[in-house]
Design a protein around this ligand. Structure first.
Ligand code: FAQ
Length: 321
């Protein structure tokens, strides 16, 4: 009798559900919005997806700064299309995040009140045209390495959003590399601009992958649930190895005196990352944090009438049907 009670106790039932959930994850099944999931899984996916969505949208600002100053019409058209793509990525991701039961308004509210983060990289300024090349090549390049891995994330709507996003990001990476290549074929002032952008964006791009695995609060659990398929350090190293060759090919120098190819591991070893700088930026004290948030809040307020009109139209459609 007592063993039956024990078997059916709430703790045992919960443990069984957790075990079944983990078995589905281990079998590489996708978790869908209406499936049972542990509350912590829901929270973790929502946190990561909403932060990812915020990053895509805030990431439009540093590039938007250069639309009116692009050096030719071709470059302007490409930049406009790329920035529009980033807005679209935000849209897919907010929609995917909403399937976990938290509405868009609440997600944006968390961004505005500082509870939700967005990528550290977008708190650095774009000082000249080469910065647009560096963002496309290095920032989108880092984003792709991370996102290709996330195409296999365990939450179905997130994985599917990633497939389309990755296709577009690879164009972005190439347009950035094209800008850098063109500048490295130019005169000495243009080469200097490209190298200067490389110097300023290299380390922040490496920080995008997050803290080292040993210091990462979420990696272990997120990998057990296959929300993350590879760790921060593994992805960072993949980006380093592939990007260094691309830099050398066009004559750029990596701003790292300790950079060394390791014959044993067949990987590039880098010098130490400045984590104090990273945490300062993540904590809101980067060069552009204040500017980025103010701009987003203003744009959101300016768009209030559009949302009201769209909602009123949708309501009318519903009452007609
Ligand atoms: N910036 O335990 P972990 C793009 C936070 S999209 C700010 O390792 P996790 C496209 C982290 O949230 C770029 N905060 O965390 C584009 C956590 O704090 P919390 C965005 C960061 O989540 C290009 C704490 O540190 N991509 O660029 C950062 O397991 C051009 C501990 O860290 C994504 O969001 C950071 N860099 O791993 C758009 C990809 N790193 O939340 C426009 C999806 C860490 O506990 C123009 N996200 N933190 O308060 C991910 O893969 C993961 O969330 C990581 C972090 C890898 C970013």
């Amino acid at each position: 009798m007592s063993s039956t009670i024990e078997q059916n106790s709430p703790t045992t039932v919960m443990q069984e559900r957790l075990d079944q959930f983990q078995a589905r994850i281990d079998a590489d099944e996708k978790i869908e919005p209406k499936d049972w999931m542990p509350e912590e899984y829901r929270k973790t996916v929502l946190r990561q997806m909403s932060q990812h969505a915020h990053s895509e949208v805030i990431g439009m600002q540093p590039e938007g700064n250069w639309i009116l100053r692009a050096p030719c019409l071709r470059a302007k058209k490409i930049l406009l299309a790329k920035i529009q793509d980033e807005g679209g990525h935000g849209l897919y991701l907010y929609s995917a995040a909403e399937t976990l039961g938290t509405g868009r308004e609440a997600l944006i509210e968390s961004l505005h009140n500082g509870k939700a983060k967005y990528s550290s990289i977008f708190n650095y300024p774009t000082l000249n045209w080469a910065d647009i090349g560096a963002i496309g090549w290095l920032v989108d390049g880092a984003a792709i390495v991370n996102q290709v891995s996330l195409q296999r994330t365990s939450y179905g709507p997130y994985a599917r959003a990633m497939v389309r996003i990755c296709k577009e990001e690879s164009f972005h990476q190439r347009q950035g590399y094209e800008i850098m290549t063109t500048m490295m074929r130019g005169n000495s002032a243009q080469k200097e601009m490209a190298q200067d952008a490389m110097n300023r964006w290299w380390w922040p791009a490496l920080m995008m992958f997050g803290p080292h695995d040993k210091d990462s609060a979420h990696t272990q659990q997120s990998m057990q649930w296959r929300i993350k398929r590879e760790s921060n350090d593994v992805l960072r190293q993949r980006f380093i190895d592939k990007t260094i060759d691309q830099a050398h090919l066009i004559g750029l120098t990596i701003p790292d005196e300790q950079l060394k190819y390791n014959e044993d591991t067949k990987h590039w070893d880098i010098g130490p990352i400045n984590w104090d700088e990273f945490w300062q930026v993540v904590g809101g004290h980067g060069l552009c944090n204040e500017q980025r948030m103010k701009h987003h809040i203003r744009a959101h307020q300016d768009g209030q009438w559009v949302r009201e009109a769209a909602n009123a139209f949708a309501q009318k459609q519903i009452s007609f049907n």
